[in-house]
Ligand binder design. Structure first.
Ligand code: TRP
Length: 473
């Protein structure tokens, strides 16, 4: 099945299209009032007409000023299947290519924007900081409205960060750290509040887990997340199972979102069917709510208009497309987003990793020896079969998992480039490239484990303090 033919509007949602038509209509009017040159007016009118056509093609209705679309099936939001059969939704990521998912196609399909050199330069200019290597290397590759966030920062307007994790097992692997490492950097650079949602409710609904077990996973995962070193005074980490029942601000936003999203819409966005339990069907409202500042009155003092920036893996985008769709109807700003690529499994970039297969990645609790053995035994190699051939033809970094992991974790640009060149030319053998990865990951994970050990008490205190404060509201 291919949905690409439905995507000629750049995958804008009906509401986004509606807004574009409205803005373009305003533009045409003001050009006419200002008696602008005829060709300028003509171009603007042409664009207006084609936007109206797209609106009709998407919603089946004519555009009517003043009445935004309410009930529709957002065909453009259906799970992303590209021509080459990449499949991406919040639960499944599949591609047939050893290089991994085609991210440029995903940008077109999802209607997001590429994080290009210009944006990276602007981030550098505005913050005065060298952009994180996740930005420089295209690991965070796509965004929505990041320029708005930079405008806010320049104008000293407040905004905040929101990210999260679904705790599906006790063990987190290095890939799970990617959004958190990047979020920590963003918090440092912008010096802003951060909320972290642990969706143990989501995992209970989707997996074969008891509520109690899901909550235990939350507690263990929270330690790993806190060990990333966020600003304790500006970070609120919470479990849905724990916190939702005691936060009126949160619940009010959940029902507001629920009232403004139809079953048709979530079916279109998430592929739910009539036999999915109603918990799943209403869950997207719970992941959407933290995108609005009024969800956290204890942090934002009741302010409703503080914009949110969400760093996440691209598979989470459907939740936030839905969120951005409802935001204007609730009178809230749309959250901005920064999307990351998927972290490849040791066996190759074809699939997202599974936390239930211990050999599919390096786990945060692995010993130095386990790290070494796993990489040597399981990391898919882009090298040639024999040393002679390898020396002659060189290795292929595009499919080599050890090299891919190094792009995530080896910060030194020069060293990474040297490794790439040596491997590609055949001067460096697979075993030597693997050794470089082992030597990068072992100290990194040891340091993480050390920080995690110190977390326990601090974490309890932090979670407790913020929840008590909320009680006082
Ligand atoms: N659904 C996400 C997961 O399964 C968890 C999550 C909740 C999240 N809120 C988020 C991820 C915000 C990124 C940003 O991992």
């Amino acid at each position: 099945m291919s949905n690409r033919q439905n995507c000629d509007s750049g995958c804008l949602s009906p509401l986004e299209l509606y807004e574009r038509v409205t803005t373009q209509g305003d533009k045409v009017r003001s050009l006419k009032t200002a008696e602008a040159p005829k060709d300028e007016i003509d171009t603007a009118v042409k664009l207006l007409l084609s936007l109206k056509l797209m609106y009709k093609a998407t919603t089946g209705q004519d555009y009517k000023a003043g009445s935004p679309p309410t009930d529709f099936t957002p065909i453009n939001n259906a799970p992303a299947i590209t021509e080459d059969d990449d499949f991406v939704d919040p639960w499944t990521v599949q591609t047939s290519s050893a290089k991994g998912v085609d991210y440029d196609k995903l940008i077109v399909r999802f209607g997001s924007s590429k994080i290009d050199k210009e944006l990276i330069n602007r981030i550098e200019r505005v913050t005065g900081q060298k952009p994180h290597h996740f930005l420089r290397r295209g690991i965070f590759f796509s965004h929505r409205d990041m320029n708005q966030i930079l405008d806010a920062y320049e104008n000293k307007k407040p905004f905040y960060l929101y990210t999260g994790r679904g705790p599906s097992s006790e063990a987190m692997h290095v890939g799970h750290l990617i959004p958190f490492i990047f979020t920590k950097w963003l918090q440092e650079v912008f010096d802003i509040p951060l909320v972290i949602q642990l969706t143990d409710d989501e995992k209970y609904l989707w997996k074969d887990l008891t509520v109690e077990r899901a909550y235990e996973y939350t507690i263990e995962n929270a330690k790993d997340i806190i060990a990333c070193g966020f600003d304790i005074n500006k970070t609120f980490i919470f479990s849905d199972l724990d916190y939702l029942g005691m936060s009126p601000g949160f619940y009010k936003n959940i029902v507001k979102i629920q009232k403004h999203v139809t079953f048709n819409q979530v079916k279109g966005i998430f592929g739910f069917t009539d036999s999915d339990c109603i918990g799943k069907i209403s869950f997207p409202a719970i992941q959407a709510a933290p995108s609005f500042s009024s969800t956290f009155p204890q942090i934002f003092k009741g302010k409703e208009d503080i914009q949110c920036l969400i760093p996440c893996a691209i598979d989470q985008d459907p939740y936030f497309r839905m969120t951005r769709d409802v935001a204007p109807r609730l009178g809230y700003p749309k959250p901005a987003l920064l999307h990351s690529v998927f972290f490849p499994a040791l066996q190759g970039a074809q699939t997202k990793m599974s936390a239930s297969d211990p050999n599919s990645s390096i786990f945060l609790a692995d010993t130095p020896k386990q790290i070494k053995t796993k990489i040597n035994k399981h990391a898919f190699s882009g090298g040639k079969d024999t040393i002679e051939e390898h020396r002659k033809y060189g290795g292929n970094c595009d499919v080599d998992v050890s090299y891919m992991y190094l792009t995530f974790f080896l910060e030194d640009d020069d060293k990474l480039e040297q490794l790439k060149q040596a491997y590609t030319s055949g001067a460096l053998l697979t075993g030597e490239l693997k050794k470089a990865l082992i030597e990068t990951l072992q100290p990194l994970i040891a340091a993480h484990q050390e920080r995690r050990k110190q977390v326990t008490n601090e974490m309890q205190a932090l979670a407790q303090a913020l929840i008590e404060e909320d009680h006082g509201e």
